[in-house]
Design a protein around this ligand. Structure first.
Ligand code: PGA
Length: 245
């Protein structure tokens, strides 16, 4: 595991964008796994700038989003589909048919999960998965639990996640309680992982994930067993690490 500590959010975002851009330039047909949330917004802004200013093309890239709320229509301003188009896809040249996001409005959610997992497999698997980290140590919406879920599944959000995400909604009772998320097994099958975290609120989860025991009660800790992980943190998120470089 390679751990890089940036001075602040802006530097973390630039380093993350460079990491993704380098991979896409070397592998124009790359399959990317992508997160939502506050953390990757700066990375997306930098990637858009590189697309506009230095010929970074996503024309042949395939994307798989990590998760989606259950019950929000695709055009709902809080759906992750909407987020991805507003913050990234509509500003670059990715092709609509190469974009994959779980459908949280599917009539048969179990079938949608199987279908999503099949689509990842049929695309040849994910080359580079970018992950944010929940304050509670979740990756995707794989919440603390007594086991590591293997594949894409429907999950109930932790109360702490509902509270953390309430900032994007007018009222907390509007935050969906369920989501579809790629599983921990699906994440572990990705060839490379890029984990991002910024701010003091993530410091405890980062130190537990990177330096604590591997346990499903802190889902990101499983990344200690992945052979190719790069972690880019800002100084605040790294502040509780004992071995940070
Ligand atoms: P954040 O969320 O980037 O908005 O902090 C990360 C997550 O919950 O995975």
């Amino acid at each position: 595991m390679k751990i890089i500590v940036a001075a602040d959010y802006d530097e973390m975002s630039k380093l993350a964008a460079n990491h993704v851009a380098q991979w896409v330039r070397q592998n124009p047909k790359a399959v990317l796994g992508l997160p939502t949330g506050g953390t990757p917004l700066g990375m997306y802004r930098n990637l858009i700038e590189m697309h506009r200013g230095s010929n970074l093309s996503f024309k042949d890239v395939t994307t798989f989003n990590l998760d989606e709320y259950v019950g929000l229509e695709p055009h709902h301003s809080n759906s992750y589909r909407y987020y991805m188009y507003e913050n990234f896809f509509k500003h670059i040249d990715v092709q609509e048919h190469n974009v994959n996001i779980p459908d949280g409005t599917a009539e048969d959610l179990e079938q949608e999960c199987i279908h999503y997992e099949d689509k990842i497999r049929n695309a040849g698997g994910i080359d580079l998965m970018v992950l944010g980290l929940g304050n509670n140590g979740h990756i995707g919406f794989n919440e603390p639990s007594d086991r590591f879920p293997a594949t894409t599944h429907v999950t109930k959000l932790d109360e702490s996640t509902v509270q953390a995400n309430a900032r994007f909604f007018e009222r907390i009772d509007q935050v969906p309680r369920y989501s579809i998320t790629i599983g921990i097994g699906s994440i572990m099958r990705c060839r490379r992982i890029l984990l991002l975290a910024s701010g003091k609120a993530k410091a405890r989860a980062i130190s537990a994930a990177l330096e604590g025991p591997v346990t499903p009660s802190l889902p990101a800790s499983i990344l200690q067993f992945h052979p190719d992980v790069t972690v880019i943190l800002d100084a605040e998120a790294a502040s509780k690490l004992t071995n940070a470089v």
